[in-house]
Design a protein around this ligand. Structure first.
Ligand code: UDP
Length: 252
């Protein structure tokens, strides 16, 4: 395992087709909730830049800025919402984020398609793998809402699933910190940053890169994951250009 003190970091990943996973927190300023179009516009600018480089971009958004099913259920004092219902509410939250992102990207004159795993014909196409792939080939940014369409998982699972079925080269996981650390860098000043990890290292050290199930699927299929700080504009462009940005998790 390499740490931040290593003299040279490994190679980045030059990608033709990427799956960008943005958690709901990307859709609003830090420590806030809801949707802020300033935040969404910043994401849109970055996405359009890489789409114009010729990179095929599929985006999976979270919905945590609005609602996460498990948290909502836990704080539902009256217990009148079933847990599955709360998860569907979370999936619908991702659709709201997707709608905002679509308009922000199209305002920059970049064609998009919004596809959803939960039917919403008035606003989005149903997710059909082959159709999504065709959109990507045509240079449209494909925004994938509704998670997997099934409750009790998170959009990390959707990101892993879609990256695999759309044969993406890498999952770019946008976070608010530089990458993967030995501990939460916002709580532990001694947390060590890792520029590079193997799947086995991340699993054996119990490093939370994404949901365990989704991570295991990526490990099994050798789908590389790059975790980077999306609040630093330019990182995304650097990442798809083959620079080593943040933490890369892949098999040696
Ligand atoms: N969700 C779900 N199935 C999915 C994806 C998402 O049930 O396939 C629900 C789940 O309740 C989740 C919420 O939607 O908490 C919002 O997604 P997520 O928590 O992944 O958002 P993020 O943390 O990335 O903002």
């Amino acid at each position: 395992m390499s740490s931040c003190c290593d003299p040279c970091e490994g190679q980045g990943i030059k990608a033709k087709r990427i799956l960008l996973k943005i958690s709901g927190e990307g859709f609003c300023p830090e420590h806030q909730r809801g949707i802020s179009m300033d935040s969404v516009n910043s994401l849109a600018r970055q996405i359009v830049k890489i789409a114009r480089l010729g990179v095929q971009v599929a985006v999976v958004m979270g919905g945590g800025n609005i609602l996460r099913g498990a948290q909502f259920k836990a704080t539902d004092g009256a217990s009148t919402v079933q847990e599955a219902t709360a998860h569907y509410m979370g999936m619908l939250a991702t659709l709201m984020n997707g709608l905002a992102l679509q308009d922000a990207i199209e305002a920059l004159e970049q064609p998009t398609r919004l596809m959803t795993a939960i039917e919403a014909d008035a606003v989005a196409e149903p997710y059909i793998r082959r159709r999504a792939s065709r959109h990507l080939e045509k240079g449209r940014v494909v925004i994938l809402a509704g998670g997997t369409g099934s409750p009790f998982v998170t959009t990390d699972t959707a990101a892993a699933q879609r990256a695999l079925e759309l044969e993406c080269d890498v999952i770019l996981k946008a976070t608010k910190v530089r990458g993967v650390y030995s501990a939460d860098p916002e709580k532990d000043p001694n947390a060590v940053f890792y520029p590079e990890l193997t799947f086995d290292e991340a699993i054996s050290q119990n490093l939370r890169v994404m949901d365990a199930e989704a991570f295991a699927k990526c490990a099994e299929k050798n789908m590389p994951i790059m975790v980077f700080n999306f609040r630093e504009e330019g990182n995304l462009e650097r990442a798809v250009s083959g620079e080593h940005v943040g933490t890369i998790i892949r098999n040696k």
